[in-house]
Ligand binder design. Structure first.
Ligand code: ADP
Length: 402
């Protein structure tokens, strides 16, 4: 496929958030014509897309009509009308990653069944809905932690457990951690995965890419620390501070997953490492991912370029580390909603190795992802110190209405 030499390739991206924006930044280096579908006329990617089409990613006609305008269609979110993607594929539009893979990943229940079928370690689970769950809990009385179940065995409904809506959740929304009967008020409505609560020591992620030829490349493992209040990534370290064998195990699992899916594109694999040092898959996302933003500066090939290489049948790029990094999200401050006001950017830029990315969202809301900062340094300790300083300096609030 010598698409690139024509300089005429029309690439459609469903949704125009920050991931879409950063994907376009890479695509423009190769003179690709970019199309964005988004409901929001002020979405981050609009300012740099060649064409903006207003429409909903969940609406059959909007997605279908959009797909008909482009040669290659990809996406930066999972919540998309699958039937429209399947029809586009049947009519010859190149849809990458494949709609069947997206359909599987959209549903956390199907994802879990895929792990079981392919002997990928994941926490024991059951599929149910909230009403059945409440009935069962009521009939069996308050449960106790059951003896450890082996992967593949259904998890019992005993405390503590984690409820995840099968569809539509993101950034921790759609996830309820139920430690005891006192938490039952937190249960969410809808078809769910109930899984054993993992005693988490660390959360790590591996981004892996595969192209049509079957070439596979993993990025170095990253370690995520979480802000429990916002349930968003707090700091992200690359490389992760874990033993080399554990890093290799996570990369092997990521490779096995993308190969089992026969996927063309970029796949983010999130893992837990539990207190017994087991590496357990949490979930996957078939797109560029928040845990890969550091790659723009710290790796030879960024996750966005790698995604383009993978979906356009090009050779995959080097994933060698240039410099260790720490990434922090720039989040809207709690208690502030309205036209965005940034403070501390100039002071942060004065610190060597600090790279600022603003997504261009006009309105801030508590914990909304407004941008990110990657701190590069020869030593990870120093990068961490600098990241903490930047964290103190940056404030995202709203301009007061006069
Ligand atoms: P989302 O798709 O919304 O990001 P995740 O599945 O990543 O949802 O869950 C969000 C967070 O909830 C995780 O990062 C983790 O901290 C916690 N969590 C999820 N599943 C479990 C589990 N089985 N055991 C313990 N904590 C969990």
């Amino acid at each position: 496929m010598e698409r690139l030499v024509t300089s005429n390739l029309k690439l459609g991206i469903i949704a125009g958030g920050q991931l879409g924006k950063m994907l376009i930044q890479e695509a423009s280096k190769w003179d690709i014509i970019t199309y964005i579908l988004d409901q929001d006329v002020e979405c981050p990617a609009r300012s740099i897309a060649s064409h903006f089409i207003q429409g909903s990613n969940l609406d059959y006609d909007d997605v279908y009509r959009f797909g008909k305008m482009v040669d290659v269609l990809t996406f930066e979110i999972e919540n998309i009308n699958i039937d429209a993607l399947k029809r586009l594929k049947a009519e010859g539009v190149v849809v990458k990653p494949d709609p069947d893979i997206l359909e599987l990943i959209q549903d956390k229940g199907l994802q879990k069944e895929f792990y079981l079928r392919n002997h990928i370690p994941t926490s024991p689970f059951r599929l149910t809905d909230s009403a059945t769950l409440v009935n069962q809990l009521n009939s069996s009385g308050p449960g106790h932690r059951s003896p450890a179940t082996t992967p593949g065995q259904p998890a019992p409904f005993s405390f503590p457990f984690v409820q995840k809506l099968r569809k539509g959740g993101y950034d921790g929304r759609g996830v309820a951690v139920i430690d005891s009967s006192d938490d039952l008020g937190k249960l969410l409505e809808g078809a769910s995965v109930i899984e054993e609560k993992v005693d988490i020591a660390k959360e790590i992620s591996v981004i892996v890419a595969r192209n049509k030829k079957g070439e596979v490349r993993c990025f170095p493992v990253v370690e995520m620390t979480f802000d429990p209040q916002a349930n968003l990534v707090d700091k992200l370290l690359c490389p992760a501070v874990i033993p080399a064998e554990q890093a290799a195990e996570a990369q092997q699992l990521a490779t096995r997953i993308i190969e089992s899916l026969k996927m063309e594109g970029l796949l983010a694999v999130e893992f837990f490492i539990d207190r017994q040092n087991r590496v357990i898959v949490n979930e996957i996302a078939p797109r560029p991912h928040n845990s890969g933003h550091h790659t723009i500066e710290s790796i030879v090939t960024s996750q966005f370029e790698q995604h383009l290489r993978a979906i356009l049948e090009l050779p995959l790029g080097s994933t060698c580390l240039k410099l260790p990094s720490v990434m922090i999200n720039i989040l809207g401050a709690e208690g502030h909603e309205g036209p965005v006001k940034y403070e501390g950017l100039t002071e942060s830029m004065a610190i060597e190795g600090v790279k600022i990315h603003l997504y261009g969202k006009k309105i801030t809301k508590p914990f909304r992802k407004m941008g990110h900062i990657t701190v590069l340094s020869g030593s990870q300790e120093e990068a961490l110190k600098k990241a903490s300083s930047v964290h103190q300096l940056i404030k995202v609030t709203a301009w007061k209405e006069k």
